[in-house]
Design a protein. Structure first.
Length: 186
């Protein structure tokens, strides 16, 4: 088995982080890896926005918490009512991937870029997890104001995001892979 496949199998979604910020070198390596993801027709029309500012992350957390509190989805409502809610599991670095609204392939391109982000973070000895909250909430006025503050154009949709940081606690064990998900016809 090759080195890349081993790294893919080693990587886990991490939901508990140390407060320590990641290094600039690690952040730059992760963001560079994102830009080398494949994109439809090689348009590369994504924007990667890294947020490390605690104040902005706190504002974003409160806005998402409020939206979850008002949700009709019981699971989200419960999360929003939690006193220790953190949409990004208190990770010190949060990377948002956005693309133009009219992009037909932006969501798919983001998926490839996020996979590169997760693998690069793992290579840097960091934990990561895919965060989905903003993909449904980005157009609410309070959240859009924060996104605009960090330079994401109003013409962009949020196609995915990642929490990144140093792993706190144990690395989760590998969950069994579902059977019956592969078909080969020759």
């Amino acid at each position: 088995m090759g080195e890349i496949l081993n790294k893919i199998k080693e990587r886990r979604s991490i939901r508990e982080y140390e407060e320590k910020q990641i290094s600039d070198d690690s952040l730059n390596n992760i963001l560079e890896a994102a830009t080398f993801a494949p994109s439809g027709q090689n348009k590369q029309n994504w924007i990667f926005t890294a947020i490390q500012n605690k104040e902005i992350l706190s504002k974003l957390n409160l806005a998402i918490k409020n939206r979850f509190s008002d949700s009709i989805v019981p699971e989200l409502k419960e999360k929003g009512k939690s006193t220790n809610f953190s949409f990004n599991y208190n990770a010190p670095t949060f990377i948002i991937v956005s693309a133009p609204r009219e992009s037909l392939l932006g969501t798919y391109d983001a998926g490839a870029a996020l996979q590169n982000i997760f693998l690069a973070a793992h290579e840097e000895g960091l934990g990561s997890v895919w965060i989905h909250a903003l993909t449904r909430l980005y157009d609410y006025t309070d959240i859009r104001e924060i996104l605009t503050e960090v330079g994401i154009p109003e013409t962009h949709v949020i196609t995915g995001s990642a929490a990144i940081g140093y792993i706190k606690g144990d690395i989760p064990s590998l969950k069994p892979r579902k059977e019956g998900t592969i078909s080969i016809y020759r």
